[in-house]
Design a protein around this ligand. Sequence first.
Ligand code: G4P
Length: 291
Amino acid sequence: MDNTDMKNIQWFPGHMAKTRRAITANLKLVDAVAEIVDSRLPLSSRNPEMDRLTAGKPRIVLLNKCDLADEKATQKWVNYFNNKGITALAVDCKSGKGLKQFIPTVKTKVLKDLMEKRQKNGMTGTPVRLMIVGIPNVGKSSLINKLAGAKRAKVEDRPGVTRIKQWVKLGNNVELLDMPGVLWPKFEDQNVAIKLAFTGAVSDDILDIETLAMKLLVFLKENYPQSLVERYKIEYSDDETGIELLEKVGRKRGMMIAGGEVNTERASITVIDEFRSAKLGRITLELPEIK
Ligand code: G4P
């Protein structure tokens, strides 16, 4: 992807450097790091530096938005992280599903040794402190709101807007450190940017909506063929291209313009919206590599 394609992605190297420094500086204040990723694209929705930045700290990965992802694929991702020695939990921070296990898992698994040490030393009253990190839109605010039980104002992560780090106290002797700042994923990889665009995590302007929809249709044809058959009642052959699929969807939905042509822009908006709201089913965009 060249620079012109990327012009609409907020890419602020200075801002990223500041966030990076803040994470490193605040790491000593917490017992563990909770990293939130999107279950539909667990690697593409991570900042590639997170492993290095949080090295040495116990960590839990929350595979959020699991309600939108393919359940079997999510299980593969849980295993993937477990095999790397990182505890992972599938959660849905919109409904709260799976979240009940979060703090108990941190205490009994991620911080097992520390908890035992505190117990032995009569320090059970010491709060458990967790740093919450994740790229924009993965659900950090939703997680904190669900856990804290109240709707907290969302503060935008923008350069020029001063946002200080804040501690959020939960009832069970747990404190969350909500880190300000943005750490974007690896946009230099075009496939990562496109997958993030499918989910709406980055501005839709990075690619025109028709290109985006066509790429999504080809992905679905190859990986979740039933989703297209069931939702749009279209038939297609293996070699069908993105534009052919898009026109079929548009025609089925009666999205026509003068002259008998399909309104491909409207059809694209429909496909993208229906994917994002899981009307095409629960779909995962990437799987762990099988070694
Ligand atoms: P952030 O702080 O990391 O930037 O993310 P935030 O919590 O604002 O969540 C981004 C969007 O993702 C929100 O949707 C939120 O509702 C949605 N979301 C968060 N967790 C989940 C989940 O587990 N499942 C599903 N399906 N959605 C989730 P939005 O459209 O921006 O806002 P709204 O629909 O809540 O009004």
